[in-house]
Design a protein around this ligand. Structure first.
Ligand code: SAM
Length: 283
């Protein structure tokens, strides 16, 4: 066990600082102060962040820290913090670590007893979630899904069953294909929401059934940045009687499964005791 007291000592530390996902006014006063006072800003893209920092009036030293150099760079940053440096980590937009670099640095800080201090602030998925119209508790955030259809399907199967809201990020040029894949697994009337260009001038929420939203994007080219939200599964869960479960076991046996394996499979799928189903089957 380890305890971290974030504000007790004035040694080296890591601040995780969220930056706006569009609207620059979403930078907090505290974020600006931390970025100004830190010894270094570790930035995913020093050019992108340079523009932001200039606009918000922060002038400070930047160190490049992105997904391709984070493994090599992390030990260097850890050494600086061990010597007392305060580092503020930022990504191009939104929360560092959320589908962005930063995780390795957090892990290493914890290993080295360096305080990790998170600042609250903008993130695209929480911003989309609260306006989606879907229940925010519980939710699952997937980040970017794999690109191949065959690799997306298992995620969509999980979303299909999930009784909370599912959220993922998608690029505009893959959105339509991904919605086609979603439509292969979920019912066409399942409600989804595509939240685009959040906090920006073209912010839009496209809410409707998978079929409707998919058709809309076949007519209207997706543009800008997207968060996709899938509504919770609210279908009544059918409670199977033992007679119905025995029929399912027999179906599997007819297909060539052993009785033992068929009972095990049906019991697991329908969340009943294997022994009880075994007894019912043999009565
Ligand atoms: N760290 C960021 C966060 O906290 O949301 C996510 C960074 S990830 C590399 C970038 C993706 O986030 C975009 O491709 C898009 O799916 C989503 N995103 C970022 N800004 C957005 C915005 N303003 N509107 C909608 N989606 C956005």
């Amino acid at each position: 066990m380890k305890r971290q007291s974030s504000y007790k000592d004035d040694g080296g530390k890591l601040y995780l600082v969220p930056t706006p996902i569009g609207n620059l006014e979403d930078i907090t006063i505290r974020a600006k102060n931390i970025l100004t006072d830190a010894d270094y800003i570790a930035a995913e893209d020093t050019r992108t962040s340079g523009i932001l920092l200039e606009k918000i009036g922060v002038h400070n030293r930047m160190i490049s820290f992105h997904k391709y150099n984070s493994k090599q760079k992390a030990p260097e940053l850890i050494e600086l913090m061990k010597k007392g440096a305060v580092i503020a980590e930022i990504s191009d937009a939104g929360m560092p670590v959320i589908s962005d670099p930063g995780f390795i640095l957090v892990e290493e800080c914890i290993k080295n007893d360096i305080p990790v201090i998170p600042l609250p602030g903008p993130s695209a998925f929480t911003t989309a979630l609260i306006a989606s119209g879907f229940d925010a508790q519980p939710f699952t955030y997937y980040g970017f899904l794999p690109r191949k259809a065959s690799e997306q399907i298992p995620y969509f199967e999980q979303m299909n069953k999930f009784r909370g809201t599912s959220i993922f990020y998608e690029s505009p040029h893959r959105l339509s294909k991904t919605l086609d894949n979603l439509a292969k697994v979920l019912a066409p009337d399942r409600q989804i929401c595509a939240a685009r260009e959040l906090t920006k001038i073209h912010e839009e929420f496209i809410r409707g059934s998978i079929e409707e939203v998919n058709a809309y994007f076949k007519e209207n080219d997706p543009r800008g940045e997207f968060v996709v939200l899938v509504s919770p599964n609210t279908a009544e869960e059918k409670q199977f009687s033992f007679d119905e479960l025995i029929k399912l076991v027999n179906d599997l046996v007819d297909q060539g499964k052993s009785k033992k394996d068929a009972i095990k499979q049906v019991a697991k799928a329908h969340n009943v005791s294997k022994n009880e189903l075994y007894d019912a089957y043999h009565q």
